[in-house]
Design a protein around this ligand. Structure first.
Ligand SMILES: N[C@@H](CCC(=O)N[C@@H](CS)C(=O)NCC(=O)O)C(=O)O
Length: 258
């Protein structure tokens, strides 16, 4: 029989390559929470997702929440004794939330443009996405859908919305470089974002936006190697995001950060 003291089960409903769900995955790892990942099948959202139509969702016992940043705030509220994602109040909290807003509305939409990418990369990365989804999502994907994935993803409504958000009139390479420069300026000379000596919610939100695509071997993701500032920040982040279940499951992990 279950004791009342037994912690409530925590589940993250995710897609392995969802930048928003990966944010929440890093929040849970940083807080050392015991949780499991439910890699949802996009064809079974209606049946399997406890609330809404968007990933990520976190369920604690019978309670479910959607939307990455509100989930982070909820985790701090529910588990105040675990490492905090944000200070409780004050100017620093406001600044960190502002940086998270930049990550959510600028850096992440950029990822939806850079991966797949363009030309041949668009096809190869598109098929990689379907391969990773097939390997992890409950029940896998039908072969025809996997083959059509590079056509299909550009037409999905939410991806089209994100691509409009990512449009800045620059070439892909320039746009990526600009986002990298902006990220480095948010470090403000510190080992972590906003010049802090320890990571906080926006560091955990940003980590997968660089690491996820590199670790799974996407074409174009090697560009981070050209930025020593980003590489050393990624290395500093590693101990904070290294628990289980891992951000990138072994079955789809192609390489390590140098
Ligand atoms: N603002 C949300 C965005 C979440 C989001 O766009 N999730 C994508 C997966 S990466 C999704 O499920 N989209 C489906 C849809 O919008 O219909 C967050 O921060 O969590």
């Amino acid at each position: 029989m279950k004791s009342d003291l037994q912690p409530k089960p925590v589940t993250l409903y995710t897609y392995v390559m969802s930048p928003y769900a990966a944010k929440v995955h890093c929040f849970l790892l940083y807080k050392h929470m015991s949780f499991e990942c439910f890699y949802i099948n996009p064809l079974r959202l209606k049946q399997d997702l406890p609330v809404g139509r968007q990933i990520p969702v976190v369920t604690i016992g019978g309670e479910s929440r959607a939307d990455s940043t509100p989930i982070g705030l909820w985790l701090d509220e529910r588990f105040p004794d675990l490492p905090r994602l944000l200070p409780e109040s004050g100017d620093e909290r406001a600044l960190l939330l502002k940086i998270d807003d930049w990550i959510t509305n600028r850096l992440i939409p950029g990822s939806f443009r850079f991966f797949p990418g363009e030309g041949l990369d668009r096809w190869l990365n598109g098929w990689k996405l379907s391969f990773l989804m097939d390997k992890t999502a409950q029940g896998g994907l039908p072969g025809l859908l996997r083959a059509a994935w590079p056509f299909f993803i550009k037409r999905v409504a939410f991806i089209r919305r994100l691509l409009v958000m990512a449009e800045d009139g620059l070439s892909m390479r320039e746009s990526k470089r600009r986002l990298y420069r902006q990220f480095i300026s948010h470090l403000n000379g510190g080992p972590f974002l906003a010049g802090r000596s320890a990571p906080s919610l926006p560091d955990l939100a940003a980590y997968p936006q660089f690491a996820l695509f590199y670790l799974t071997g996407f074409r174009g993701s090697e560009d981070i190697l050209e930025s020593p500032e980003i590489m050393s920040w990624l290395k500093r982040m590693e101990p904070y995001v290294c628990g289980t279940p891992p951000l990138v499951p072994a079955v789809v992990r192609m390489r390590e950060l140098p």
